[in-house]
Design a protein around this ligand. Structure first.
Ligand code: PEP
Length: 258
């Protein structure tokens, strides 16, 4: 079935790099990206967002952050950065619920839902990450786990909030491990997520972009992106190399019409 969803490829640089390397990488991606069929987003470490914004200049590559505070108003939240501050720095997107934050930094479902709402209050587009651990997959619980993670946000924000958001399925066991989900297994989860949204709003479900993340590389991207419900990728390691990232973006552009 043809879809009008424009593919997206977002790079999560995690905690890597200096101002100098961020400037070079951001500038390189910004200059070399020419294919309007795919939307590109770079999510550098927060401290480098300003440098990357400058390096991107007028490039159509969008800027994103990796995290935001769950509070919306300025206040006594030492070390935190609000959605409004990110928007002020030029961010359009923000990752919410990345598995590393869920596992290491206390971002449980309720916090993720608050951050999702805080992002939208600042007119940022959240990229909501969901995914199961290896143990959960082996216990046959993948669909239940990602469903519960998605439901926590829908219950807090309402299904309509997904009209201004992106979803990312990132199996925890595939992130940074070199182990990618088989394309059909990833498709099964993506279709399930879209179905859950469709039960409440078919129109939003039809236009919702669902990215796959977990050891996506130039060599496996095309097969993943060819799946009907995979609308691009959230890329960690491979986004630190402009050539690899752009070649993954090309794979997404070429599979725009499923
Ligand atoms: C990620 O950081 O979201 C990710 C998917 O990492 P990697 O591509 O390195 O597995």
């Amino acid at each position: 079935m043809a879809t009008t969803r424009r593919p997206m490829v977002a790079g999560n640089w995690k905690m890597h790099g200096t101002r100098a390397t961020a400037r070079v990488l951001g500038g390189d991606v910004g200059r070399r990206h020419e294919d309007a069929r795919v939307e590109l987003v770079l999510c550098p470490p927060l401290v480098h967002v300003g440098v990357v914004a400058e390096a991107l200049g007028q490039s159509p590559v969008a800027l994103g952050a990796q995290n935001l505070a769950r509070w919306t108003d300025d206040g006594a939240y030492t070390g935190e950065v609000s959605g409004a501050m990110l928007a002020d720095m030029g961010c359009r997107y923000v990752l919410v619920g990345h598995s590393e934050r869920r596992a290491l930094l206390g971002d449980e479902d309720a916090v993720v839902a608050e951050k999702f709402a805080a992002a939208q209050a600042a007119r940022l587009l959240p990229i909501l990450c969901v995914g199961e651990t290896l143990e959960e997959r082996e216990a046959g619980r993948s669909l239940d786990v990602v469903g519960a993670q998605l439901r926590a946000v829908i219950d807090h924000c309402g299904v309509a909030a997904l009209a201004d958001a992106v979803l990312a399925y990132e199996p925890v066991w595939a992130i940074g491990t070199g182990r990618t989900a088989a394309a059909e297994d990833a498709q099964e989860v993506h279709a399930h997520l879209r179905c859950l949204v469709a039960e409440q709003d078919a129109k939003i479900a039809g236009s919702l972009r669902i990215l796959y993340g977990g050891s996506v590389k130039p060599g496996n991207a095309a097969e993943l992106f060819a799946q009907a419900d995979i609308d691009g990728g959230l890329i960690g390691g491979a986004s630190l190399n402009a050539g690899d990232f752009l070649s993954i973006a090309q794979a997404a552009a070429q599979t725009q019409s499923h």
